[in-house]
Design a protein around this ligand. Sequence first.
Ligand code: GCO
Length: 475
Amino acid sequence: MSDNFAINSRGNSLKSRFDDSFAWGVATSAYQIEGAVGEGGRSPSVWDSLCQLEGAVLNGDTGAVACDHYHRYLDDIQLMAQLGVKHYRFSIAWSRIIPEGRGAVNEAGVDFYRRLVDALLENGITPHATLFHWDSPQALEDRYGSWRSREMAQDFADYAGAVVGRLGDRVTNWITLNEIFCFIHMGYGVGDVVKQQPRPPHAPGTVVERLKDVWQASHHALLAHGLGCQAIRAASPQPCQVSLVDNWMVPVPVIESPEHIEAAKRAFELVGTNGGVILPALTGRYGETFLAQLGEEAPEILPGDLETIHQPLDGLGFNVYTGCYVRAAQTEAGFEWVDLPKGYPRMNMPWLQVVPEAMYWGIRHVSETLGRGDLPIFVTENGCAAQDELRDGAVWDTDRIFYLRQYLRSAQRAVAEGFPLRGYFLWSLLDNFEWAYGYDRRFGVVYVDYDNGLERVPKASFDWFRECVRQGRVV
Ligand code: GCO
């Protein structure tokens, strides 16, 4: 029997290892870790602006300093080397590169990322650069309301071309956008949001007249992805990989029986924004039932838009944290959502219910429900917030290890069944700025001591993940 198999205590053989080609990595994003918001020619982003609004971020936290990664990136790369990961996913801050959002390039901003990438490569770590992880230039919000304008798509593509033209000799793994759901559907809200809270929770925090305005902004983001793909390929001086990262919602069959599996597949298009984001990006069409349900609130789609959006991709990034259970039902839709009981296990975020099967089903839906089994998939984010406590210089986050072990076993199942999962990036290397929750929620496998000079303290989960990477399997 090949060494890929181990005999577990019950004598059953199981595929216990990932292939040596499996990409193990960690992920971060610019605004969440860099700090140095006024250095190196960077201009304010919409997140800098949102953080200034009363009540927008817990405890009034901002990304002004964050983890100070801008100055400590060499030490943080040494942590990655200690982990043994060979891949690192980070994001590039648009407002460091083109402070006005369009036009002149700030070469000092480019130089920071050159230094970062060169240090990664010197340590044998492959860079995976996300071109947009929510921190768009405030200048474009001022000019035309960011994603509300179709102009944002072309400005993003021009920015992408400027970056790839300068870093493409070193970076060949490019990601256009991170999670359209979050920066659009949590960044723009219709009027009734105002009753519940002064603004949508994410930047730019814009209250719009109607749902159509949100979906129009969403459509512009998809156009940015499509034009961005084209700009990357045109500017790269060498062959490169271009991906989209999305957190598509995952309907999980409540029991893996044929009827509940069929119900989960029926639900895929209609859960969250799947029918309006991952479907057009991967199939070139908005979901029919999805559009019918949107009715008058559907976005205006110009001739050629869908062809622009549906670009060929070299890979697909899957950000997975949780899922939703589905059961078969004698309804027109053919399925029903299964509400979670009060005591259902969750981690330290209101939405972070522990649903490890979402990893497997999120991957399987792409192959079977969307028919895109041709696309290599990378888990570009998986992780959890936990109530970490630093005691005697250590953090024994056995709850985070529990969570990660279950999700990685589910990932292993997908690989063992032949689905095209090619890598796993843990979210996150460091505790960092968790958007509207500020620094109150910790997702890192490295504890950042905000009260003691931002000292980095590897947690037990750091040692556990290092062992998974070393053995190439879930321990
Ligand atoms: C996301 C973002 C990350 C978050 C992480 C935890 O997926 O929402 O990409 O920036 O910090 O997911 O919420």
